[in-house]
Write a protein that binds this ligand. Structure first.
Ligand SMILES: Cc1cc2nc3c(=O)[nH]c(=O)nc-3n(C[C@H](O)[C@H](O)[C@H](O)COP(=O)(O)OP(=O)(O)OC[C@H]3O[C@@H](n4cnc5c(N)ncnc54)[C@H](O)[C@@H]3O)c2cc1C
Length: 541
């Protein structure tokens, strides 16, 4: 049992959202302790040395969604964060042999190689997407209207929030409102088919619709996932993706420094095994080591299914709540690898082993939406596809702190493997076989690739779950489907970061606005917790 010292908040998990939440709470004068299961902070945003001299982001690998207000408020640049832009946004090696480059002022001439009509459609497409993304940008730091079970007193603030949201949407003209509806409910494929006729540009944009989304690009709702990936920015450039010098761990290290500077206590290697509930109120936690810590509030950075399924006595939760949480949909079908490389890949469609702009880009190996659809169907049936979807990024082309001079590290973000295998095999039995499939795919585009691999780090969906606590390997802490978004994230009635027990809060990606390294759930949860402290709702435990 810890002493009688006042503790205002105990945060379970030092993922980036736990750290952001902690820093805001501490800035408001609250006394905060963060308990992290692993020996390092950062959750899915960490950098590790995976082979002597070679370091890389282990899971999340590229930055865009990190909210500028969070960067500013936590003064992350002063704490060491530096983000650089890619020289080219994307490169797609295609059959033919052809390729498509996106970004660096080249997209229009590149797309015109495949369709003059599509090249002309790029600007109006971008303009509309941008306007919708702006609506989303406005909403990411808002608490969604919460569906309340109480009377007028409880409902009024929520109605006002709803009206506020309505006002934002009312700023859009009718054409844009129709577009907004399309992007929330349609498939990425159907949406892109209405805009473009050539396969490569649809593949380049459609890739965002299946990232972390184990579904066909023609599955309803995938257009929203696409939208989710474009509301970010890099150093003020909207929609761009960049690289944090030192890898994604540099982001969370800077957050940990900001939190520590404000007086937050961070305890590593301290897994929480239970949330203590007394008289319907969360009053503390018990760690795996058997230590009891008490606080006026308990805040979870975990996937909600983990929190409610593993850490809270079922008797403390309503049966209907528990059952719904058991069906919280998780499992993104992603397979992640890091490779140490002796040289840069030499692409058949754009030969050369010397550093060129395409080596700095997100290299998407999936030439069409039909290819992605087939990869999904294969994975459903066999667990993975022999023609999988891989995005490769070589961050050492932008950051010489990651690999020895002249050598490189690459991140392979592979989509559409089954979260659990239909034949009953475990991912431990298939990990290396599937890693070979991914290497083979890259090798089919860059024939020097396989021989250049010096070492590899492999993360199957099971590894992602074991290492980071990502249920089913779900990169977002729960699918970004309409039934699990906004006022329904993680459940209607609990979208305001408050759990079903007094004193219990959620600050992870299982809350609005969902996954990605955004800092937004942590920021929003802190605002609600601080408000409850100011209203005197949280008493000394
Ligand atoms: C393979 C992969 C690639 C991705 N790529 C990108 C990308 O390029 N860009 C991007 O923006 N997003 C990306 N994402 C998504 C993004 O990384 C996550 O959505 C985000 O990092 C989640 O942050 P979080 O703070 O909400 O939770 P997490 O990062 O999951 O943190 C939760 C923390 O809780 C800890 N924990 C779990 N159980 C306990 C316990 N019982 N006691 C104490 N601590 C516990 C965990 O160890 C972890 O540190 C990717 C994710 C993955 C997995």
């Amino acid at each position: 049992m810890d002493g009688k010292a006042r503790r205002d908040a105990l945060i379970i998990g030092a993922g980036h959202n736990g750290l952001v939440c902690a820093a805001y709470l501490a800035a408001a004068g609250l006394k905060v302790t963060v308990l992290e299961r692993r020996g390092v902070v950062g959750g899915a945003a960490v950098t590790e040395e995976f082979h002597p001299g070679f370091r890389n982001s282990v899971a999340a690998y590229t930055v865009s969604l990190l909210n500028p207000k969070v960067i500013r408020d936590l003064d992350l640049h002063r704490h060491g964060l530096r983000i650089v832009e890619r020289r080219l946004a994307n490169f797609l090696p295609l059959e033919g042999p052809q390729f498509l480059k996106i970004g660096a002022g080249k997209t229009s001439q590149e797309v015109a190689k495949f369709s003059a009509r599509d090249a002309l459609r790029l600007a109006p497409y971008a303009e509309r997407l941008e306007k919708i993304a702006d609506v989303l940008r406005d909403l990411v730091l808002e608490t969604p209207p919460n569906v309340t079970a109480g009377g007028w007193f409880e409902a009024l603030p929520e109605l006002l929030r709803g009206a506020h949201l309505g006002k934002r949407i009312a700023k859009l003209d009718m054409t844009m409102r129709r577009e907004l509806l399309d992007l929330f409910v349609k498939s990425a494929g159907d949406h892109l088919d209405t805009w473009f006729e050539s396969a490569p540009i649809k593949a380049a944009y459609g890739f965002d619709g299946i990232v972390g989304n184990y579904a066909s690009p023609y599955a309803a709702g995938s257009a929203y996932v696409l939208l989710h990936h474009v509301f970010g920015e890099v150093n003020g450039k909207k929609g761009a993706w960049g690289h944090a010098i030192g890898g994604m761990g540099a982001i969370t290290q800077s957050m940990a420094k900001a939190a520590a500077e404000r007086g937050v206590e961070i305890r590593l290697s301290s897994p929480v095994r239970e949330v203590i509930v007394e008289a319907g109120r969360a009053v503390g936690v018990v760690t795996d080591q058997g230590e009891t810590l008490r606080a006026r509030s308990v805040v979870s950075n975990l996937n909600p299914r983990l929190l409610y399924g593993k850490l809270i006595d079922p008797a403390a939760l309503a049966a209907d709540f528990r059952e719904r949480m058991q069906h919280w949909r998780c499992g993104s079908g992603t397979f992640r690898m890091n490779v140490a490389l002796s040289e840069l890949p030499d692409f058949s469609v754009l030969p050369g082993r010397s550093l060129a702009e395409h080596h700095t880009s997100g290299i998407i190996m999936a030439p069409s939406l039909a290819y992605m659809d087939q990869a999904y169907l294969d994975a459903k049936q066999h667990g993975w596809s022999k023609r999988p979807i891989v995005e490769m990024l070589i961050p050492s082309t932008l950051d010489d702190s990651l690999a020895p001079k002249g050598q490189h590290v690459a991140s392979l973000f592979c989509q559409h493997v089954a979260p659990t295998l239909a034949d009953g095999a475990t991912w431990d039995a298939r990990r290396d076989q599937v890693a070979d499939v991914m290497i083979d795919l890259v090798n089919s585009h860059a024939p020097n690739f396989r021989a250049s691999v010096l070492a590899r780090q492999i993360m199957s969906p099971l590894d992602l779950e074991r290492t980071f606590g990502l249920v089913g390997g779900d990169i977002f802490h729960g699918a970004l489907s309409l039934d699990q978004l906004f006022s329904a994230r993680p459940m209607l009635g609990y979208a305001d970061y408050r759990g079903p027990l007094k004193g219990l809060y959620m600050c992870g990606s299982g809350t609005h606005p969902g996954g990605g390294v955004t800092g937004a759930p942590g920021h929003n949860a802190a605002r609600e917790i601080i408000a409850d402290f100011r209203r005197g709702r949280l008493k000394q435990a």
